[in-house]
Design a protein around this ligand. Sequence first.
Ligand code: UD1
Ligand code: PEP
Length: 419
Amino acid sequence: MEKMLIHGGKKLSGEVVIGGAKNSTVALIPAAILSRTPVTLDSVPHIQDVYNLMAILSDMNVKSDFTENVLTIDPTEINDVPLPNGKIKSLRASYYFMGALLGRFGKAIVGLPGGDDIGPRPIDQHIKGFEALGASVSNEHGAMAIKAPAEGLHGARIFLDMVSVGATINVILAAVTAKGRTVIENAAKEPEIIDLATYLNNMGGKVRGAGTDVIRIDGVPTLEAHNSHTIIPDRIEAGTYLAMAAAVGEGVKVKNIISEHLDAFLAKLEEMGVVMDVGEDSIFVYPSGDLKMVQIKTMPYPGFATDLQQPITPLMLKAHGEGLIIDTIYPKRVRHIPELLRMGADITIENDVIILHHCDHLQGTEVAAEEIRAGACLMIAGLMAEGTTTITKVDNILRGYDRVVMKLRGLGADVELVD
Ligand SMILES: CC(=O)N[C@H]1[C@@H](OP(=O)(O)OP(=O)(O)OC[C@H]2O[C@@H](n3ccc(=O)[nH]c3=O)[C@H](O)[C@@H]2O)O[C@H](CO)[C@@H](O)[C@@H]1O
Ligand SMILES: C=C(OP(=O)(O)O)C(=O)O
C-alpha cells in the first residue's frame, strides 16, 4: 500500500485549482442510472471513489468512460443485479444505489456501505424514507433488500428526525420517479443537494426547494439526460487548501471556489486573523502573521462543516491561547489527534471536546491517515513540521482528494507517494 512522504518546512506559493465536489459526484454517478439516455458529467474529480463507483456501474452492465475531467455513463443497457458485496463496501456513497435502483427498477439489494470510520453512521432515516414511499425494507445477511409495492412507489410527507445529507439525497432519488408528491421536511441544505436537484431537473425531474429545509418532489414517469452537467467545486477541498495556505503559504491563490459555500469557514479564518482577498471565483491567501485561537462547533450546512474541522486543526496550533473544537455531527471524529500528539502537538480531549494549545514545533514522524479528513489534517501538519512525515493508509486521502500530489507539488511542496 502506498505511503505519502512529506519533507516539511517549505513555504507554498502559486495557484491551485479546486476540482468538482466529491460529495456531489458520488451522488450524481448513482443517480445517472435513473436516466434512459447516456449521461455526461464535467469537472469530475480524479478520486478513488469515482473509480470504485465506475466498477459498481460495470457490475450492472453500465458502461462508463472517464477522460480528462469528463465522465460519460451509458445506462441504456443496465441489468438489474443485486449489489450485496464488493466495491459497495469501499465507500459510503454506494448507499445511493439503494434510492437509485429503487427508483429505476422498484427494487434494490445493496450491501451496507463502507466509508470513513468516524463513529456510528446509521441509515435509519434512509430506511424510514423508503418505507414512507411504500417500500418494504429488510436486512438480508448484511445487505438491504428494498422493494416497492406492485403499484410502484407513491409520494409521501417525510420529516427527517435529524438533518441528514445521505437520507435527503436517497429519498430524492427514490421519489423523483414515484407517483405523486413527496415532501421532505427537515431536509439537509448542503450545496451538493442543490447540485443533485439541478441535475435531475435537467433530466426532466421536478425537485423544488433544494437548498432549503423543505424539498418538494413531484414524481415524473422517466428521466432523460440531454445536456452535460458541470459539478460544483469541492468546498471541502477548497477549505483544505485555504487552511494549508494560511498555515504554510507565502501567497497562495485557490481557484474555482464558490465562496458563499464556505461562509462559516471563511468567517473562522478571518476571526483567526488570516488575511484573504475573496474574488469572484477564487481566494488569495496572504502569508499569516500572528493568529488568534478560536472555538469551533460543527453544524449542518450552512454551519461549520464537520469535514473541515480536521483540516483547520494544524492551523489552530499556530495560534496563541486555548482553542476548542466540538464536532456535533460526529463527536468521535478525533482519529487525527493521537497522530498529531506524536508529532508534538499539545491537544487533549475531554468529553468529546478537543482542546488545543499553541505549538511552536511539529516534528515529522510516521502517522496514519485513519480517514480522509484526518489525512488532510496530517498533510498540512506534515508541511508545517520539521523533517519527514510519512503518512500511511494514504488510500483514505486518495479516495477523496483530486490529484493531490500533483497539486501540492504545483504549490512547491516536497511530497511523494512511495510503495
Ligand atoms: C458522501 C457524503 O456526502 N458524505 C458526507 C455526508 O455523509 P452522510 O450523508 O453519511 O452524513 P449525514 O448527513 O447522513 O449524517 C449526519 C448525522 O446524522 C446521523 N444519521 C444520519 C442518517 C441516518 O439515517 N441516521 C443518523 O443518525 C449521522 O450519524 C450523523 O451524526 O454528510 C456528512 C455530514 O455533513 C459529511 O461528513 C460527509 O462527508
Ligand atoms: C466523511 C466523509 O466522506 P464519506 O461520507 O464519503 O465517508 C468526508 O468526505 O469527509
